[in-house]
Design a binder for this molecule. Structure first.
Ligand SMILES: *Cc1c(COP(=O)(O)O)cnc(C)c1O
Length: 326
């Protein structure tokens, strides 16, 4: 578990670096669900996704010596972007390794932030191998996307904000991949208000955490193309933190289809007037699909907005799967 005090410390540490993101009530989603539905707009975080919180907390905790050697990560995009931003702000070198499946808009964004983008292999595991090599041979410090206490504590600052912004909340919907986001939020919220339900949402196509929970231990699943590309990648067979926190604190995990994610992206744009990436839209998607049954106020976290804009246009025009978006 991550202690509430670690999350409170993280909040103070990153206060001047990250934004406290706004919460709005969604009239249309509230009307459909029959309960108040709130959206927390983490897509408006600097770098376009919540991952800056965890990356900034990890970078700010480095010693002067570690800063000089630099940081590295294997990333499907948003973590790499966040780490690049946090490192540049701290005056540290950053190398970001990623697989060739990562969309070009994300690769370009990382280079533009002053980090070195290194494209290796076809999977998250191949990219991680390159990071392990840099750690062993060059003394670089690895800042992983989710399975690290400082990263989890940084993401947990969202949980503190949620309880202040919507104290009456009863259910919180959180996009789920490696589990750093939901683990941090769950540690914060369950410590303060244990009765709040925490629901993780992943896509059907390659939901590694859901498969691992079913198996009772971290397992690998095949990585497949999905609208929710930021939810791709495994939980790591030697997962140390997020798997057991999710197992202990998350009340339910839902899996949703590509067509449901597409509907979530369209709703975010057409009704809420927000550009949201697939991973960020899964909570809205679950609400629209009638998958969330609850008597009390719901908050759905929108986690990011870094979608290729050509793909976004095709989804808004009606594409329901990556095939008809091609
Ligand atoms: C990384 C990411 C997630 C999932 O976070 P985990 O900590 O891996 O569960 C969700 N949405 C977006 C936009 C992301 O970048």
């Amino acid at each position: 578990m991550i202690a509430l005090s670690d999350i409170e410390d993280a909040r103070r540490r990153i206060a001047g670096i990250v934004r406290e993101t706004p919460v709005d009530q969604s009239e249309s989603l509230s009307a459909r669900a029959g309960v108040p539905v709130f959206l927390k707009h983490e897509q408006r975080q600097i770098t376009g996704a919540f991952k800056l919180r965890g990356a900034a907390n990890a970078v700010e905790r480095l010693s002067a010596d570690e800063r000089a050697r630099g940081v590295a990560a294997a990333s499907t995009g948003n973590h790499g972007r966040a780490l690049a931003y946090a490192a540049r702000r701290a005056g540290a070198r950053a190398v970001i390794a990623m697989s060739c499946l990562v969309p070009m808009n994300k690769v370009k964004a990382i280079s533009a932030l002053g980090a070195e983008a290194r494209i290796v292999g076809r999977s998250q595991d191949d990219a991680q191998g390159e990071v392990d090599r840099m750690v062993a041979e060059d003394g670089v410090v690895s800042v992983p996307p989710f399975d690290h206490p400082d990263v989890i504590a940084g993401q947990g600052t969202i949980g503190l904000e949620i309880l202040e912004q919507v104290p009456e909340v009863q259910t919180v919907l959180v996009p789920l991949s490696g589990g750093g986001l939901i683990a941090g939020i769950a540690c914060a919220i369950k410590a303060r208000q244990p009765g709040v339900r925490i629901v993780g949402i992943s896509m059907e196509r390659g939901a590694a955490m859901a498969a691992s929970l079913d198996a009772g231990r971290p397992v690998e699943v095949q990585e497949l193309p999905t609208f929710a590309d930021s939810l791709g990648g495994g939980v790591g067979l030697s997962n140390r933190y997020t798997f057991s926190i999710v197992q202990a604190l998350v009340d339910e995990v839902l899996l949703i289809t590509e067509a449901e994610i597409a509907a979530g992206i369209r709703h975010a744009y057409c009704e809420e007037r927000e550009v949201v990436e697939g991973a960020g839209a899964v909570g809205i998607a679950a609400l629209l699909a009638g998958r969330i049954r609850t008597a009390g106020p719901v908050l759905s976290l929108i986690s990011g907005r870094n979608i290729d804009m050509d793909l976004h246009r095709r989804v808004v025009a009606g594409a329901d799967g990556l095939e008809d978006a091609a």
